[in-house]
Design a binder for this molecule. Structure first.
Ligand SMILES: Nc1ncnc2c1ncn2[C@@H]1O[C@H](COP(=O)(O)OP(=O)(O)OP(=O)(O)O)[C@@H](O)[C@H]1O
Length: 348
């Protein structure tokens, strides 16, 4: 039975998703249970082939589940008409659009059809919404261009604008930031989070961008072939160790303090780093990249006072000073010397 909690937008219990190929059935996942709440941005993460697109298409109603039912606002999916679904769910998939011959404005206008009817004329209000949607994703200046003439990133933004113009309470997006440049990626995630937070929309998107997901995802869904679906509030998954287990490989570890992954160098020269805040972060970055391992009480101590003042101590004596990261890195790059003569520092 569906959970009747009013803030649950979409819910499934014991869902099997996959493909029917003639008589054969290819199950991608079985026993999936989850709920998406209103006003939250959920990020779906998982390796290639994990089943993210399959799950999004199933939730979007373009692919039927193999078994199990989905409840949309407490009502079984199977009782909805196509038109009703198009008013509830804005679905943005990664498939290349076939709409190359349409202008951007016309394509985004299609997003209004659930409200106007397919042959329905756009009213002034609809046109405003189309422009607002284009503006929200930063491509209003392309309104008159043909879709075929857009760059990959511009086309992606336009497809998202179409879903925004649809004005649905639930947005499902398959890798919406895949083609976007760094700044656009952050802007897009921020926009989607704002839609959830300020307009109460429910947003589920798949992404390979863990950094953005950790920053802006209220909830993470970790999907893998062997473990199925693990759901939780982002920070809970960080502290439970799920994030680490999910992504970590032998030589890659999740650095909980900084929220990122880094290669783990096991046999590095040990060094104690004395620094504060961002200086600590970036000095650590330079040291670990160059094969050092940070330790509390090493004989070698690097004191970072500013990005222009570093002191390297050994046995309580200053051995070397540096006035830039470049100098520091040039020195520590001689790690072969460090290794061969464990007790002696190289002279520059
Ligand atoms: N049309 C299809 N028919 C049969 N199997 C398919 C079809 N589409 C995808 N699959 C299979 O379903 C599995 C999950 O694919 P899916 O595209 O959902 O993964 P994904 O997590 O979105 O991957 P990616 O990160 O690479 O986009 C894969 O094994 C894939 O081969």
């Amino acid at each position: 039975m569906a959970d009747m909690r009013s803030d649950i937008m979409i819910q499934a219990r014991n869902l099997t998703i996959g493909y029917r190929q003639g008589r054969k059935v290819k199950k991608v996942h079985t026993g999936l249970s989850f709920a998406l709440r209103q006003g939250e941005l959920t990020c779906l993460l998982g390796p290639n082939g994990a089943g993210k697109s399959t799950l999004l298409r199933t939730l979007g109603g373009t692919q039927a589940p193999l078994t199990g039912d989905i409840f949309l606002e407490g009502r079984s999916f199977t009782t909805y008409t196509e038109k009703e679904i198009s008013r509830k769910i804005g679905l943005v998939l990664t498939d290349r659009t076939m709409a190359g011959g349409l202008t951007v404005f016309d394509l985004v206008s299609l997003g209004r059809h659930p409200h106007t009817g397919f042959f329905g004329r756009l009213q002034k209000r609809d046109e405003e919404i189309v422009y607002q949607s284009l503006d929200a994703v930063g491509v209003a200046f392309k309104a008159g261009s043909y879709v075929a003439e857009l760059s990959d990133g511009e086309r992606q933004k336009v497809m998202i604008a179409k879903a925004l113009a649809q004005e649905c309470p639930l947005l499902l997006l398959d890798e919406p930031t895949a083609f976007l440049d760094v700044v656009s990626r952050i802007e897009m995630m921020d926009l989607l989070h704002e839609l959830a937070e300020k307009k109460g929309k429910t947003v589920l998107l798949s992404t390979h961008d863990l950094e953005q997901a950790l920053l802006l995802g209220d909830r993470l869904w970790l999907l893998s072939r062997d473990k199925g679906l693990v759901c939780g509030a982002t920070e809970d998954l960080v502290f439970s160790g799920e994030i680490n287990q999910f992504f970590a490989r032998n030589e890659i570890i999740f650095d909980r303090k900084n929220g990122n992954f880094r290669p783990q160098k096991r046999e590095g020269k040990k060094i104690t780093l004395k620094a504060e805040g961002e200086l600590f972060f970036w000095t650590q970055n330079a040291l670990t990249r160059n094969g050092f391992q940070l330790e509390e009480q090493a004989t070698l101590v690097l004191e970072a006072c500013s990005p222009h003042a570093f002191r390297l101590w050994e046995n309580n004596q200053i051995k070397k000073t540096f006035t830039s990261f470049e100098q520091l890195i040039a020195f520590v790059k001689q790690k072969e010397l460090f290794r061969e003569r464990e007790d002696i520092l190289p002279e520059l």
